[in-house]
Write a protein that binds this ligand. Structure first.
Ligand code: 13P
Length: 252
């Protein structure tokens, strides 16, 4: 059966010393908590990976980069490749976040390449998809989600798919305090699971972890996570305080 996961996405926040302190606090809280019913992952800036890896127990707290390059090495000044991320001991990478798609013009084709290189490097991929408010109001949610997922992921084999986690993040709910209702989120999660079932079969779809992201916090996590197709969360703002993040981790 599929795993529940709560993953933090720190985005461009914290200095290295601050990040190390936050990671230590999360690691300690996870170690001391009883009966956590999900896997816990923290997504941190590239600069933090090596230092954070040293203060966490990777068997209890997974470590994600927030992006990787669409090349493995070479003359790409400022880029960080999937093998470099993997060499820090990180085991996940977040790809396709709407902030990357929107602000840095990441295309489906580019993301397809990034996904391939990440999997080749042995990383698990948390792949984000989601519609804007304008797209939702125009009734295009399913078209957008289908295009984002199929264009960057549906070339993968079933074996590769086992290292993919999907995160549904409606853009209008990110950092806005406006959460999708649990029914709105469940509707899209069920749609995504249906797409996966069409492509890879029902068993693979049932084994796929689908996270919700967008203003998720301790107060709304229990209702979201109670939905049958919501298997956890990708947490932005609330992952920057260990107590808030743990409030979500323990929401299952
Ligand atoms: P917030 O939780 O801050 O809305 O961010 C969600 C997100 O973008 C996680 O990737």
């Amino acid at each position: 059966m599929r795993k529940n996961i709560v993953a933090g996405n720190w985005k461009m926040n914290t200095t290295v010393p601050e990040g190390v302190e936050l990671a230590k606090a999360v690691n300690e809280a996870v170690a001391n908590a009883n009966g956590i019913k999900c896997d816990v992952v923290i997504g941190v800036p590239f600069t933090h990976l090596t230092a954070v890896k040293q203060v966490i127990d990777i068997n209890k707290v997974g470590l994600a980069a927030e992006n990787c390059a669409d090349h493995n090495s070479g003359a790409y000044t400022g880029e960080v490749s999937a093998p470099m991320v993997a060499s820090t001991g990180a085991n996940y990478v977040i790809l396709g976040h709407s902030e990357r798609r929107g602000y840095y013009n990441e295309t489906a084709q580019m993301l397809k390449t990034k996904v391939d290189l990440a999997l080749e490097a042995g990383l698990k991929v948390i792949f984000c998809c989601g519609e804007s408010l304008e797209e939702r109001e125009a009734g295009k949610v399913e078209d957008i989600i289908k295009a984002e997922i199929s264009e960057s992921l549906f070339h993968l084999t079933t074996e590769q798919w086992s290292n993919i986690v999907i995160a549904y993040e409606p853009i209008w709910a990110i950092g806005t305090g406006k959460t999708a209702t649990s029914d709105q989120a469940e509707e899209v999660h069920a749609f995504i699971r249906g797409l996966v079932a069409q492509q890879y079969g029902q068993q693979v779809a049932d084994d796929t972890t689908i996270l919700y992201g967008g203003s998720c916090k301790p107060s709304n996590a229990p209702e979201l996570f109670a939905k049958p197709d919501i298997d956890g969360g990708l947490i932005g703002g609330a992952s920057l305080k260990a107590a808030d993040f743990m409030g979500i981790v323990t929401a299952f």
